[in-house]
Design a protein around this ligand. Structure first.
Ligand SMILES: [Ca+2]
Ligand SMILES: [Ca+2]
Length: 404
């Protein structure tokens, strides 16, 4: 099938910047000292007003970046029309290049621009960037979630970087019917601060073309562990990127993600296209609060390497369902475990529901690759423009000896 017209590449570039110490007014936040406590979930929602300070600094796990929703704008004297003039004109941010400050409802030609959060967002023109430095805990893993939308017909692209590592990720936007998508990308902090840079490397003829950016948030990730109840890590997908409470389109986890920098800890995205991370507040989820929707057919697969003992028999159990998002039709999830494979058909009415499946196999290696993909492409029946697909969740791998 042809891919929807909105295509995008997300190049993730991690640059090193030699700047002075981070500002003192930024809270250190992270997940130290809350190793085995999930009691901090009451702090999972970032304060609406990001000037609110946590009671204890360790309680930060998720936060919107200061002015990460761009609701605080430049002074009129720092703008020429929509174009931001001063490098430090947008509070908490440093900008360079052709950056526009966009008000919701603003018109571009005959297109009405809508922003996903509040009343304002920024647009990055050719070679434009926005940059912000925050404190983090060195060695910890973090996932960045942000919203963006294309505004022109051309291909657009975006770099996101956090010092000092860098990588390049091709990304193709999965068009959601309102034009906005949320992306996640993760990094391991190499310093006690992270300088987050979003950069549009594009060279379009129209400098006003370029992605709209809004709502940039960061979440500390817990490194998942295998246990005697599940050889796989994060098999229920409960650990993952931040999902904005006010967005109903899930979070895209970009392709070519390796497990040491995955916003979905434990899992790799081994494909050309993204997978979608969905939450129970907005979708039907088989187990817990989060699951994965395989939105790009055979082009999006998730995988994990499990430690196994050759000659032993294992069972891979998982659920296949639909997200209650008008994604109806005959679906098939293919699961692979080493040389074992199973195709699980699922008839979706698009109204939620799931079934369980089991793949029994004999390990032939001390490392077994577990992988899932969707055989078919599916489109939502309510807008015919959004890709969708089967949901997988509650993935467990056990040796038969361990089975209760
Ligand atoms: Ca906003
Ligand atoms: Ca789950």
């Amino acid at each position: 099938m042809s891919w929807p017209c909105m295509q995008m590449q997300l190049h993730v570039t991690l640059n090193s910047f030699c700047l002075g110490p981070p500002p003192d007014d930024i809270q250190v936040w992270g997940i130290n000292n809350i190793n085995n406590s999930r009691a901090n979930t009451s702090f999972e929602t970032p304060p609406r007003d990001d000037t609110v300070k946590p009671k204890r600094k360790q309680e930060w796990r998720i936060r919107l970046l200061p002015n990460g929703n761009f609701e605080l704008g430049p002074r009129p004297s720092d703008m020429n029309g929509t174009v931001v003039l001063g490098r430090y004109a947008i509070p908490s941010w440093e900008i360079s290049g052709f950056v526009e400050y966009i008000r919701s409802g603003q018109k571009q030609g005959d297109m009405l621009l809508v922003v996903p959060e509040g009343a304002f967002a920024v647009r990055l023109g050719n070679e434009a960037s926005v940059k912000q430095r925050i404190k983090v805990i060195k060695g910890n893993y973090y996932s960045i979630s942000f919203n963006f939308a294309r505004t022109c017909a051309q291909e657009e692209s975006l770099n996101i970087s956090v010092a000092p590592e860098w990588g390049v990720l091709p990304l193709q936007t999965l068009y959601s019917s309102n034009g906005w998508d949320t992306y996640a990308w993760a990094f391991q902090a190499k310093f006690n601060y992270a300088e987050i840079v979003l950069h549009n490397p594009g060279v379009e003829e129209d400098p006003a073309c370029g992605p709209l950016i809004d709502s940039i948030a960061i979440r500390g990730l817990y490194p998942p562990r295998a246990s005697n109840k599940n050889i796989l890590k994060n098999g229920g997908f409960e650990e993952g990127p931040y999902v904005f409470p006010n967005t109903s389109w899930g979070v895209l986890i970009p392709p070519n993600i390796e497990d040491d920098h995955s916003p979905l800890p434990g899992w790799m995205i081994e494909s050309l296209k993204a997978v979608k991370y969905i939450d129970s507040d907005h979708f039907s989820v088989p187990q817990g609060k989060r699951a994965i929707e395989l939105v790009a057919g055979k082009e999006s697969a998730i995988a994990q390497i499990a430690r196994t003992i050759p000659g032993k028999t294992y069972t891979l159990t998982f659920t296949v369902g639909d997200a209650n998002n008008a994604c109806a039709g005959s679906m098939v999830v293919e699961a692979f475990a080493g040389k074992g494979t199973i195709k699980v058909p699922y008839e979706s009415k698009g109204k939620g529901g799931f079934k369980r499946a089991v793949l029994r196999f004999v390990a032939v290696s001390n490392r077994t690759r577990i992988m899932f993909l969707s055989t078919f492409y599916t489109m939502r029946s309510d807008d015919f423009s959004s890709l969708c697909g089967p949901v997988i969740d509650d993935v467990k791998l056990l040796s038969v000896r361990n089975k209760a």
